[in-house]
Design a protein around this ligand. Structure first.
Ligand SMILES: O=C(CO)[C@H](O)[C@H](O)COP(=O)(O)O
Length: 151
């Protein structure tokens, strides 16, 4: 898959994330501190990674900042993006399964190397639920996107 990755900080775990995604065979589109010369602020670099997904340049994105909160907030402002801040594998699995999340947000502070591997394993193994209630919730979120765009 093509995965957009952003981080405002050049932290070891952000570099490990890029390495790990490439090791798994993904093409990485880097943003922020991961791309020399790019804007490293958390709001613009998270937006750029999210727009890669919304505009079809990437299949999914992983957005990172120290807490993960700013990155997830900025990414979720891009219509079509469902970003989920995940601190463990269970949450990552649920985000794919129940939320059909297409952007994974990570805290650079909380995510150790082993935890990163567990979260990525769960994220990439997870598939969106076909249960009508779950689909209904995702459809509702998509409607929220459209109503926001109309105002
Ligand atoms: O977590 C974050 C935003 O949600 C940022 O990574 C954090 O604000 C960066 O701070 P600084 O530039 O002072 O290191």
């Amino acid at each position: 898959m093509r995965i957009a990755v952003s981080s405002d900080l050049d932290e070891p775990v952000a570099r490990l994330l890029v390495e790990e995604l490439r090791r798994r065979g993904h093409e990485v589109l880097p943003h922020g501190a991961l791309r020399p010369g790019a804007d490293p602020q958390w709001a613009p670099c998270s937006e750029q990674a999210a727009r890669d997904v919304a505009d079809g340049r990437a299949d999914q994105a992983v957005v990172c900042c120290w807490t993960g909160t700013g990155a997830s907030i900025a990414a979720n402002k891009v219509p079509g993006v469902r970003a989920a801040l995940c601190a463990d594998a269970y949450t990552a699995d649920g985000a794919r399964r129940w939320n059909d999340a297409n952007v994974l947000a990570l805290s650079l502070r909380l995510t150790s190397g082993p935890l990163l591997t567990e979260i990525l394993d769960a994220w990439f193994a997870g598939t969106p639920s076909e249960d009508p209630e779950d689909r209904g919730n995702v459809t509702h979120v998509e409607r929220l996107d459209r109503s926001r765009a109309a105002h």
